[in-house]
Design a protein around this ligand. Structure first.
Ligand code: F6R
Length: 229
């Protein structure tokens, strides 16, 4: 197992540490392909990176934002689009120069392969152990594909869109794409993630908990104390 674990006081400290790692990746390789999660956990990290980009401390203009997942069946411009969320929170504020959207799985995999794959995957941990929308059960070779969201994911996604319905289908970068990343950064905050994080790191590797396969990667976990002890 190639695991680096950082347990920090709170979510703000997690954001600072994660921003250090992502900025260092882009300073070392300006055209890095970054797999970009949305969801609540990485937002403070993206805000911190936006401050650094604005001050000129780091330049994302040659980097790639590779979309991790998207709901199915949304009309163009639907405010629930995860691509829209990625653009508002990451691409625009950081000044990221290139975007690989996820609409059609085969085209996405082809274009990502032509680019050379993912340098750094920035991930959150689903309450059911999902990565992107690789819902349980997802084996390590699960490809980029259309999926149906589980009841747990529908429930957690409801918090993103108050008063609106959560789409029930999605497309997700496959487990195979995530596990092939050169490095993976898993961000975990809050007491409600404590049990699933322990199982992901110390339980058996199983398709029933897709995040358990991250131990096969060069993995950095940055978590707050609430999610750890
Ligand atoms: C978001 C995504 C999801 C989230 C996960 C954690 O693009 O792919 O896998 O990362 O559900 O969500 P939060 O961070 O809201 O707890």
């Amino acid at each position: 197992m190639n695991l680096t674990l950082q347990i920090l006081n709170d979510a703000q400290a997690v954001a600072g540490c994660a921003a250090d790692l992502i900025a260092a990746q882009v300073q070392e390789k300006p055209d890095s392909r970054l797999l970009v999660a949305t969801g609540q956990t990485p937002m403070a990290t993206y805000e911190e990176l936006a401050r650094r980009a604005e001050s000129g401390a780091v330049d994302f203009s040659r980097a790639w934002a590779v979309q991790l997942d998207e709901y199915s069946g949304l009309a163009e411009g639907d405010p629930r689009s995860l691509k829209g969320w990625m653009e508002r929170s990451f691409v625009v504020p950081l000044g990221v120069g290139n975007v690989l959207p996820l609409t059609e799985p085969a085209a996405y995999d082809r274009e990502l392969a032509a680019l050379g794959g993912i340098d750094l995957a920035i991930l959150g941990l689903g309450p059911n152990g999902h990565l992107g929308f690789n819902e349980p059960p997802s084996p390590p070779d699960a490809p980029t594909r259309a999926v149906q969201l589980t009841p747990e994911s529908l429930a957690s996604n409801r918090a993103y869109w108050p008063g609106q319905a959560v789409p029930t289908g999605a497309v997700t970068a496959g487990m195979s794409t995530i596990l092939a990343a050169q490095r993976v950064l898993l961000l975990v905050t809050g007491e409600h993630k404590r049990d699933i994080l322990q199982r992901a790191l110390h339980g058996p590797e199983t398709p029933l908990l897709p995040a358990s396969f991250l131990r096969r990667t060069a993995l950095t976990v940055i978590a707050d104390r609430a999610a750890w002890c």
